[in-house]
Design a protein around this ligand. Sequence first.
Ligand SMILES: Cc1cc2nc3c(=O)[nH]c(=O)nc-3n(C[C@H](O)[C@H](O)[C@H](O)COP(=O)(O)OP(=O)(O)OC[C@H]3O[C@@H](n4cnc5c(N)ncnc54)[C@H](O)[C@@H]3O)c2cc1C
Length: 816
Amino acid sequence: MIAYYLLAALLLVLVCAYFRLPLLYWTFALAIPVAFSGNAILIAIFAVVALLFNVPVLRRAVFTDHVLAIYRRILPDMSSTEKEAIDAGTVWWDADLFSGKPDWDKLLAVPEPRLSAEEQAFLDGPVEELCAMCNDWEITHEQQDLPPHVWQFIKDQGFLGMIIPKHHGGLGFSALAHSAVVMKLSTRSGTAAISVMVPNSLGPAELLLHYGTEEQKSHYLPRLAKGQEVPCFALTSPEAGSDAASIPDYGVVCKGMWHGKEVLGMRVTWDKRYITLGPVATLLGLAFRLYDPEKLISNKEDLGITCALVPTNTPGVNIGRRHLPLNAVFQNGPNSGKDVFMPLDWIIGGPDYAGKGWMMLMGCLAAGRAISLPTSSTGGVKALTRFVGAYARVRSQFKTPIGKLEGVEEALGRIAANCYVMDATRVMTAGSVDLGEKPAVLSAIAKYHMTERARASVNDAMDILGGKGICLGPNNWVGRGYQMTPIAITVEGANILTRTLIIFGQGAIRCHPYVLREMRAAKELQGAQASREFDDAFTSHIGHVISNGVRTFVHGITSSRLAHVPRNAAPETLHYYRFTSRLSAAFAFLADMSMMAMGGALKRKEKISGRLGDVLSMLYLISATLKRYEDQGRIKEDLPLIRWAVRDMTYHAQHAIDQILSNFPIKWMATLLRWTIFPLGMSFRPPLDARNHDCAKIVLEPGAARDRLTAGMYVPKGEADATGILEAAFLATVACEPIDEKLRKAVKKGKLLPRPGVDLGSLARENNLITAEELAQWQRKEALRKGVIKVDDFPQDFGRAEVVLRQDKPFSVKAA
Ligand SMILES: Cc1cc2nc3c(=O)[nH]c(=O)nc-3n(C[C@H](O)[C@H](O)[C@H](O)COP(=O)(O)OP(=O)(O)OC[C@H]3O[C@@H](n4cnc5c(N)ncnc54)[C@H](O)[C@@H]3O)c2cc1C
C-alpha cells in the first residue's frame, strides 16, 4: 500500500515541478497521499517539514542562512574589472533560453526590424555608389589602401558618422541600417567595410555619446560625423591582448605647462599595436591606467583604466607605421608615446571619469560587437552564396555543371543554409539593439558563430572553386576574403576566449534567473536583507533545477510532444519549436548541474563551458532562423534552408551535450544526467541529403529565392569586373541550356560532328540545327563563360623589372 502512496506522491511532485508551481502547491499535493496513508508519524513529520519549508523565517533559520554562510566562503571574490564585465549590457532572449521554457509568443510578437525610407535610400544611393567605386584588386594589391577619392567620398557622405545623431551632424541611423550598410560594403570590399565599420563601432564616437562632456560632444561629434576627424581606438598592447584589463600603459597625474599656463594634467606613456585606422587617424582614443601618486585629484593612488581623446598631432605621439594583416590593407598599425603631457579634460567625460574607463568600455562593447563582425561575416557569406552558386552552374566538368555533382552540391547547400541562419541572426541581433538592448551575451554568440560560419563557408567556397579560387589576381573574387577570414576570428574578443569564457561564463551569471541574485545577496548585501534575498533566490533556484530536470525527462520520453510551442507559428515548423524547447530545458538543467558539480572550477573547465556555450548558441541561432521564417511571411520556397539549418543545429546541440556528459568529472552524476536528458537515446538526426540538395538548388537557379537569400548585397550591373561577368554568365548559361541540350542530343545522334578549331554552335548553325539568334545567344554565353573561368597570370618576375619604386607603392604587379 505504502508503495502506492509513494508513487502518487512522486507523480504529484512531478506534475508540480513540470508546471513550475509554487512551493505551497507542492506541499498541498504531497499532503494528500500523506493524509490518505493514515500514518500518524508520517503525517507529523510531514507537517513539521512543510511548516519549516513554507514559512520563510523558519526556512531561513534552519536551512538557507546556513547555505548562505557556506556560499559566502566558497564564492571567489571578483575583481572590479570582472564585475564590470559581468554587469555590462543587458539580457534579452538569452534569459528565456536559460530559463528552460522560452516564451515563443513573446519572441514572435517582436515586430520585424525594418529600415526607414531614408535609410533605404542611403543604401540604394551612396552605398551602391561606394561599392561601384571599389575595385578590390586595385585596393588590396596595387594601391594597398582605399584610393583618395574613395576616402573622400566616405567622409563626405557621412559613412563615418552613422551612429552619431543628426543633431550632432551624423546620419543618426538605426542599428539595423548601420548593419545593412556594413553588410553591403562587405560584399564588395573588405577594406571599405572595415574602414567604415570601425568608427561606428566601439571607439571615440560611441564613448563620447555615452560619457562625453557637452563641450567634448559639441567639439568632436560634428567633426567625426563629417570625417574631419578620423578616429581610432587603442586598447591592445604587446603584453595585453585578450587580457586587455592588464594594460601596462600608464598616465601619472601631474602639473604641467599647457598653452603657456600651468594646468593639472597627466603624463602618459603607451605602446599599442594592431590599432585599426591608427596609421591615418587624427584622433586617438587611448586607454591607459591612471595613477595619482601625489593625490592631486583623488585620495587613491591607482585610479584605474582611463580613456582619453588625444589629437594625433600632439607632440610626442608616434603614429603612422602599418601592419600588414594577412594582405588586408585597411589601415592598421602600432602607436606609442612617452611621457606625453595632456590636460585632464582630454579624459572622455572629463576628470570625473578618471579610472572609469573599463566600465565605459564594457558598457559600450555590446552594441558594436552585435553589429560589426556578425554583419561583415554575413556580407561575406552572401557574396559567396551568390557568386559560388553562379560559378557552380557556369563551370562544367564531366559535361555537368559542377554544382550538380553531389560532392560539390553538399558544400554548396551548406553555404546556402549558413547564409540564411547568419542573415536571420544578424537581423535579430541588430534588431535587439534597436529595441534598446545592449546584448552582452547574444552579441558574443553572434560574433563567434557568424565569424566561424564565415570561415566554414569560405573553406567550402575554396573547395568548390578549385584553382580559380587559388590563383590571385583581378579575376579572383574570393582569395582576399579567404586570406582575411582569421582577422574576424581574432578581433573584438578572440574566438576561443569568446566561446569558452564569455558566452557561457557571462551567460550563466547574467542570463540565469537566480545566480546573479544569489551572488549579490552573498557579496553585496548584509544582515536580514541578505538573508531574505538569498532565501528567495536560492529556494526558487532549487525549484527551477527540479522543474527543468522533470521537463527534460518528460520531453525525452515523449519525443518532445509536450514541449512548449508558440500559438501562432507555421504548422510546418512547430516540431522545431518543440525540439528547441526540449533542448532549452536540457541545457538549463545541465548548466545548473554543471555549476553544482564543478562550482568555481567550471570557469577553468573551458572544454565543458565552451560546449555549454555551444548549446546556448545553437538555441539562439535556431530562434533567429525560425523567427525569420515567420517575419518573412512563411515563404515555402525558403523552407529547405530552414529545415536543413535547424536539423543541423539541433544535432550539433545534442552532440555538445553528449560530449559534456562523456567528459563530466563526476561519473555517477553523468550517468544520471544522461538518463534524464536522453532517456530513449539521442534522437536528433543530422539533416537529410535531400534537404541539402534543395538548398543547393536555390543558389543554382536564378529567381526570387536566390535573390531573397542574398538580398542587401552589391551585385555589379555591368560586365566590367569579375563578379559582373559571372552574374551575366550565370543568367546566360541558364538561358542557353535548351540550346546546349539540342547540341548535345545532335552530337549523340551523330547529326553533329565536332570539328577541331570550329565551335559547336557554328557547326550546328551550318547544319541548320539552330537559328541565327540561337547561335548569337550561344556564342555570347560561351564568351562570358570563358571570361568566368579565366585566371590571371603574371610575368616571370611578377613584373619587378617594371616596378616603379615609389614610397607609397612599393610593389605593383599588373596581371596579363
Ligand atoms: C587586424 C587587427 C585589428 C585590430 N584592431 C584593434 C583596434 O582597433 N584596437 C585595439 O585596441 N585592438 C585591436 N586589435 C587587437 C585585438 O582585439 C586582439 O588581437 C585580440 O584581443 C587578441 O589579442 P592577441 O592578438 O594579443 O591574442 P592573445 O591574447 O595572445 O590570445 C591568443 C589566443 O589565446 C586565447 N586566449 C586568451 N585568453 C584566453 C582564455 N582566458 N581562455 C581561453 N583562451 C584564451 C585567445 O582566444 C587566442 O586564441 C586588432 C587586432 C588585429 C589582428
